[in-house]
Design a protein around this ligand. Structure first.
Ligand SMILES: [Cu+2]
Length: 176
């Protein structure tokens, strides 16, 4: 769960006209505050895929959460925490996640195959970076909050985020 700022979310819905199913070029969206949250919903195939980028989140395995009773952050159901044991230094500063709903039911899609990349476009164009996809729910949230992503390292700039959900594909252009 990324806490959203009402105004930023509203702006994203109004301003972002993201493309779906392989279409190119989307207007960039700039969050209203430096480390505010970007929320961009897209319809792609039979899914509603909502990209959210916000500040870095504390992530816990279920065992860690049982031991330490954290009050904020996210529980990881599957996948790896960035910078976890043996993964080296964690330089992540943001949390990138996608929520995937079945368009027909508007309920979370069941066991979707997800891959996510983000590519810096400016100030310097670089190769896409694969996000190690963890399956998460926000602490004290129920399974309707299930989502996919991880903490990532994204400095200020413009990015193309590409998300594959099974056969469906969505791209987002985001300015951070
Ligand atoms: Cu998350």
């Amino acid at each position: 769960m990324i806490k959203t700022y009402g105004a930023a979310m509203f702006a994203a819905v109004l301003i972002a006209l993201p493309s779906a199913v392989g279409a190119a070029g989307t207007p960039a969206h700039r969050p209203s505050m430096g480390m505010g949250t970007v929320t961009i919903p897209v319809t792609a195939g039979s899914y509603r895929i909502t990209l959210m980028i916000g500040p870095r989140e504390a992530m816990y395995t279920q065992a860690q959460a049982r031991r330490s009773h954290p009050t904020t952050g996210e529980i990881m159901l599957r996948g790896a925490i960035m910078g976890g044991m043996g993964m080296g230094m964690d330089l992540s500063n943001r949390h990138l996640e996608v929520h995937v709903l079945d368009r027909r039911t508007m309920r979370p899609a069941r066991n979707p195959m997800i891959s996510i990349t983000y590519q810096p476009l400016s100030p310097v164009m670089m190769r896409p970076v694969q996000v190690p996809v963890a399956v998460m729910v926000g602490l004290s949230m129920d399974m309707s909050d299930i989502h996919y992503g991880n903490n990532v390292s994204m400095s200020g700039g413009t990015y193309r985020v590409s998300v594959h959900v099974n056969q469906a594909y969505a791209t987002y252009t985001v300015r951070l």
